[in-house]
Design a binder for this molecule. Structure first.
Ligand SMILES: [Zn+2]
Length: 393
């Protein structure tokens, strides 16, 4: 079982470090925007959606044009490609979507370019490392306590500047030896509960908090960028024409209103990728979401939009790994005990789940995610039995 958390940690940044981080984030955004521009085919031609293809073409160019360390260049290219992929998925879903753009003031770090310890954070920049103290908070304490456990690892995070304050959304993963139970014949289904408190909770015990969504939501689908209409541009000429001035141009091209959206989207991507990775690691044949489209209350608003986008990302990524995405209608997911099956409304109170029958206690969303996975397995089991009975007759 893997326990993955993302926690927002505020950094106390000196004037020198601030200058370096600002420059780093600006160059990161430049690379992400230039990647999206290179990958995107406005004329409906070939859009590049493979990270390896974009990296092969752009890595050396960005190393030449910017002072970013190699890992940050790779992360920027990855960010650009992932955004293009998600736009392609949404286009295929019939939405009006244009080339993605970034102006959200953030850079994505993996664990090679960032370190956390009791003293503070150390982050790679355009000119060596910047050391930053923490602004002490319960988030910092919790993260440091988690990292004190040797089974827990720091996995990088994204650095963002919000209203002049710096935050590192630090990702930590704790791996426990106890593996997921498999139900043999039908493979394992990874259940996912999508909600308000947590963007997603998976039945392997992984939580993704809403910390990563700046405003706790994603813009409703109708607010997505309209096609840019900037005309056909061959990839080669786009490459040749890039100058450093493109940074301002790209930034101004992205409306202010899309900033939060971009940040939330990036985070959902990451959650989606991590869900698929978890399914593959656990040998799951299916990732199962709750079908909320028939539920008038849950089927509208920000969390429904988040849920839909997340499912789209997961569908897109899962297909590449031979994992299927399924939806189940599970009216009792919140009230049913995932250990003994006892159903009662009073089993569940807000985030708390405590079974009145067997005493099983856990986070309500985790209990629900286990029910979602189990409900799909039961459905498969029943279908198999029905088919077997039909064959006998
Ligand atoms: Zn129970």
């Amino acid at each position: 079982m893997e326990d993955r958390r993302t926690t927002a940690i505020e950094l106390d940044v000196s004037a020198d470090a601030d200058r370096l981080l600002q420059e780093t984030v600006a160059q990161f955004e430049y690379c992400a925007n230039a990647t999206a521009e290179w990958c995107w085919a406005d004329d409906g031609g070939h859009t590049v959606t493979r990270i390896a293809d974009a990296e092969r073409r752009l890595f050396r160019r960005f190393r030449r044009e910017t002072a970013l360390p190699p890992n940050l260049v790779q992360q920027a290219v990855r960010r650009g490609v992932e955004a293009v992929k998600s736009s392609v998925a949404r286009l295929n879903d019939g939405e009006r979507v244009g080339r993605p753009g970034f102006a959200s003031g953030l850079a994505v770090y993996d664990e090679r370019d960032a370190d956390l310890d009791r003293e503070g954070a150390s982050l790679a920049t355009t000119d060596g490392r910047a050391s930053c103290d923490f602004v002490h908070s319960t988030n910092v304490e919790e993260t440091l306590d988690r990292l004190a456990d040797e089974r827990c690892e720091f996995r990088g995070g994204h650095l963002e500047c919000r209203d002049g304050d710096w935050y590192l959304h630090a990702s930590t993963v704790r791996v426990d030896a106890s593996a997921l139970e498999s139900d043999g014949e039908h493979g394992t289904a990874l259940g996912v509960e999508v909600g308000e408190e947590n963007v997603a909770v998976a039945s392997d015990g992984t939580f993704w908090s809403t910390d990563g969504l700046a405003n706790g939501c994603v813009a409703p689908a109708g607010d997505s960028q309209s096609p840019t209409g900037s005309g056909v541009k061959s990839m080669d000429s786009a490459v040749e024409n890039e100058t450093n001035g493109a940074v301002e141009e790209a930034n101004s091209a992205v409306e202010k209103g899309t900033n939060e959206y971009g940040r939330a989207e990036l985070y959902l991507h990451r959650v989606g990728n991590e869900l698929v990775t978890a399914a593959v690691e656990h040998g799951c044949s299916h990732i199962v979401f709750e079908d909320v489209t028939h539920d008038s209350e849950a089927g509208t608003g920000a969390s429904a939009t988040t849920s839909k986008l997340l499912r789209q990302y997961v569908e897109y990524r899962a297909a590449e790994h031979g994992v299927e995405v399924a939806r189940v209608t599970s009216e009792s997911a919140a009230h049913r005990c995932s250990t003994c099956g006892f159903e009662h409304e009073d089993n569940h109170d807000g985030e708390r789940f405590e079974c009145l029958e067997c005493g099983f206690q856990n986070h309500a969303a985790y209990n629900a995610s286990r029910n979602i996975g189990a409900s799909y397995r039961r459905r498969q089991q029943n279908a198999t039995e029905t088919n077997a009975n039909a064959a006998k007759q």
